[in-house]
Structure formats: structure tokens, C-alpha cells
Design a protein around this ligand. Structure first.
Ligand SMILES: *[C@@H]1O[C@H](CO)[C@@H](O)[C@H](O)[C@H]1NC(C)=O
Ligand SMILES: *[C@@H]1O[C@H](CO)[C@@H](O)[C@H](O)[C@H]1NC(C)=O
Ligand SMILES: *[C@@H]1O[C@H](CO)[C@@H](O)[C@H](O)[C@H]1NC(C)=O
Ligand SMILES: *[C@@H]1O[C@H](CO)[C@@H](O)[C@H](O)[C@H]1NC(C)=O
Length: 360
């Protein structure tokens, strides 16, 4: 008898991986530049056999029809357009140019409060439009998705996942207006610079004061947007005791568009998966001829640059000579690079060096 249990347990273990290989994924993306990296992530998921379904609004700018995902198009105009985004960007530039360094971003943050809430209100209407459409929601519920994948710089995916009772996975760097680590991990602002402050992890007393001001402003923004837009939707559609902020930080997996090579040291969480650079499907080539060969004859440099330009990989080339004419848009010239750190990165496919480069 025990043997039979044992065998069936073994059978389950053997069969398990083959039966749960491909998932049925509901994707709630963000329009604009955020779509570019989501698209690459989706291509990778599709190539591994997952079934992808995207929800987009009929006012879509970048999310086109494709063979590797199916789409539901919600017939709704989001309350802002490309001109609105351009206006925000020029406001940011004006604010940053206008005022004194310490106060500029403070002005910006306060000045942006109205704009930010306005933008999220538009997105909130789009979300309510979906939730009001009982037929649409029933169809989503009946499709039996395995999880929701979303970019949480707006609240749509978070609330839909809760409504459909599905696990939530983020493709994330930003949560509504804050850097994602700030929400999920303990973040002592004595040594963690708040984004936009331009500070590092080594701060003087006055710099810390500045950091605190930035922190307070960004928290105020966050609470205002959450309270004025998303909490109302939670209360209406999810019933009582669903705190939007709690739902937001409860996501199961955070695929973080960052690489610790470029980060200041800070606490993180075990469900954060760092995937910075994942969009470089073809990997990276690095080239350094060492400290002694910093320049090459122009014709030789041109030939090397032309050869690199034809490759699908990105190239980082430590080179101090003048910029070769044939340099491709995939090649970055640098005076110096953290060679050992780069070599440790799994995306580095090839290292071109001279025989006597002893730097690495
Ligand atoms: C893929 O998702 C669509 C919903 O968009 C669903 O109709 C279809 O049955 C799914 N296919 C598989 C193999 O699960
Ligand atoms: C989704 O479907 C399940 C049954 O499969 C049902 O119990 C649940 O209430 C439905 N949820 C919604 C939000 O319609
Ligand atoms: C880079 O150059 C290639 C070929 O010269 C071109 O096809 C591609 O569009 C360029 N990419 C960008 C981002 O400019
Ligand atoms: C490295 O090689 C270059 C070119 O062959 C030569 O000029 C240079 O002296 C060498 N440097 C060392 C440290 O051996």
C-alpha cells in the first residue's frame, strides 16, 4: 500500500512539470514608453508557450494587433492624449530650469499634484468603464486566467486582479509616483536617496533634509492619487476593507527593471526579481584593449566600428581615440568601464581584449 502511495506521489511529481508548463496570462499594460519593454517581455513569454491576452483602450497609441497575443479593446477614451503628456513634460522642464536647485523639484512636485491626479482620474474612468461592463467582467472571469501581469504605474491591473481573484505579477520600476523599492522594502531615507533628488547614498546633513522634503512630497502625491482615484474604485467594486495601497504592495512577484550594478545599496525583498537589461535579447559585447592601447589608427578603428555596427548585440567599447565615422547606434564608446563587474554579467556574450590586457 505504502509503495502505491509512494509511486503515485512520484508519478504526480513527474507529471507536474509537463502539465503546468504554459500559463494563461491576462496582461494589463501601460501605454506609451512603458509598452516598449512590456512588448519584449511578452514576446519572450510567448516563445515559451504562454497564452497572452491584453486589455487596451480603443484610444491606443502603441499597442497594435499582433500574432503573439490576443486583445480585448475597451471602447473608451482615456481622459488625456499625447498633447497632455507633452504638456506635462514641458512643465517638468520649465520647473526644473526655473527655480533654485533645492526648491525646484519641490515646486515641481506641488505643481504637478493637480496634473497627476487629473491623469489618474482619466485612467480611473477607463477602469470603472471595464468594471461596470458586467458582461465583459463575466467573460474575463470565465476565461480562467492563471495570473495578471501588469505595469503598476497606474492602478488598473491591481484592482482587476483582486476583482478576478488572481495572483498578481509586476513588470515594474515605478509605482504610482514612487520608485518601487520604496513601497516594498524598508527604505531608511537617511541613506536611500529619493528619486528625483539627485542625491547619492552619502549625504550631508543638509542633503538629508532635502531628501526628507522630497520624501514627504512624493508620499503626499501618492496618498492623494490613491485616495482621490483608486480607493474610491476599490470601495465601489471590491467591497469594504480593501485598502488600495495594501493591494498594491501585496503583489506576488515583482519583476524589477533595474540592475544592482547601477543602484545604491539598499534593502530589498525576496519576491523582487531583478531583470534590468532583459530587453537586450542578443546580449552585450565588451571590448577593451587595456590601459596601454587607448587609441588605434583611424582606418583600423573604422573597420572595427563597422563590424560592430552589423551585429545584433549591443557593444560597449572602451576607446579614447576620436569617434570612428562608421560607429553604429548599437555601440557605446566609453573612457573607462567597470570591466570586472561587466564581465560578471550573464548577458555579456563576448569579451574582445588584447593579449596583454591585464585589467581583467
Ligand atoms: C488563450 O486565451 C484566450 C482568451 O483571450 C482563450 O479564449 C483561449 O482559450 C486561451 N487558449 C488556451 C490554450 O488557453
Ligand atoms: C467568477 O467565477 C466564479 C465561479 O467560477 C464565481 O464564484 C465568482 O463569483 C465569479 N467572480 C466574479 C467577480 O464574477
Ligand atoms: C540603428 O541602425 C540600424 C541600421 O543602421 C537601423 O535599422 C535602426 O533603425 C537604428 N536604430 C535606432 C534606434 O536608431
Ligand atoms: C601591450 O601590447 C602593445 C601592442 O602590442 C605594446 O605596445 C605594449 O607595450 C604592451 N604592453 C605591455 C604592458 O606589455
Amino acid at each position: 500500500m505504502r509503495l502505491i502511495y509512494c509511486c503515485s506521489a512520484l508519478l504526480v511529481l513527474i507529471l507536474l512539470p509537463t502539465t503546468c508548463q504554459s500559463g494563461n496570462i491576462l496582461v494589463i499594460p501601460t501605454e506609451g514608453s512603458h509598452w516598449i519593454n512590456m512588448d519584449i517581455l511578452l514576446q519572450a513569454l510567448h516563445s515559451r508557450g504562454h497564452n497572452l491576452t491584453i486589455i487596451r483602450s480603443s484610444q491606443n497609441w502603441y499597442i497594435k494587433d499582433s500574432t503573439y497575443y490576443s486583445t480585448y479593446t475597451v471602447p473608451i477614451e482615456i481622459g488625456f492624449d499625447k498633447e497632455f503628456i507633452s504638456r506635462i513634460i514641458s512643465e517638468i522642464i520649465d520647473f526644473q530650469r526655473g527655480a533654485l536647485p533645492l526648491t525646484s523639484s519641490f515646486h515641481l512636485a506641488v505643481g504637478m499634484l493637480g496634473t497627476l491626479t487629473e491623469a489618474h482620474r482619466g485612467l480611473g474612468e477607463y477602469l470603472s468603464g471595464m468594471l461596470d461592463d458586467k458582461k465583459f467582467m463575466r467573460m474575463l472571469n470565465d476565461t480562467k486566467f492563471d495570473l495578471v501581469l501588469t505595469d503598476p504605474c497606474w492602478g488598473g491591473g491591481i484592482i482587476l486582479a483582486k476583482y478576478l481573484n488572481l495572483p498578481l505579477v509586476y513588470n515594474v520600476r515605478w509605482l504610482i509616483p514612487e520608485e518601487a523599492h520604496l513601497a516594498i522594502a524598508p527604505s531608511p531615507i537617511s541613506y536611500i536617496p529619493v528619486m528625483g533628488s539627485g542625491l547619492t547614498d552619502k549625504m550631508s546633513f543638509l542633503q538629508r533634509v532635502k531628501n526628507v522634503i522630497f520624501y514627504v512630497v512624493s508620499q503626499t502625491q501618492k496618498h492623494l492619487v490613491a485616495k482621490k482615484v483608486y480607493q474610491k474604485i476599490c470601495d465601489k467594486y471590491l467591497g469594504p476593507n480593501n485598502d488600495f495601497y495594501q493591494l498594491m504592495i501585496d503583489a506576488e512577484i515583482w519583476l524589477m527593471r533595474a540592475d544592482f550594478v547601477f543602484e545604491f545599496p539598499r534593502p530589498t525583498m525576496p519576491n523582487v526579481v531583478y531583470m534590468g537589461g532583459f530587453h537586450m535579447e542578443h546580449g552585450v559585447i565588451i571590448m577593451s584593449l587595456g590601459t596601454f592601447v587607448s587609441e588605434l589608427p583611424a582606418d583600423m578603428a573604422n573597420e572595427i566600428a563597422a563590424a560592430f555596427a552589423e551585429l545584433p548585440q549591443k557593444v560597449i567599447w572602451r576607446y579614447k581615440g576620436s569617434r570612428p565615422d562608421t560607429l553604429g547606434n548599437n555601440t557605446l564608446l566609453v573612457d573607462w568601464m567597470p570591466q570586472n563587474d561587466l564581465l560578471g554579467h550573464p548577458k555579456v556574450k563576448l569579451f574582445v581584449r588584447s593579449a596583454n590586457n591585464t585589467d581583467g
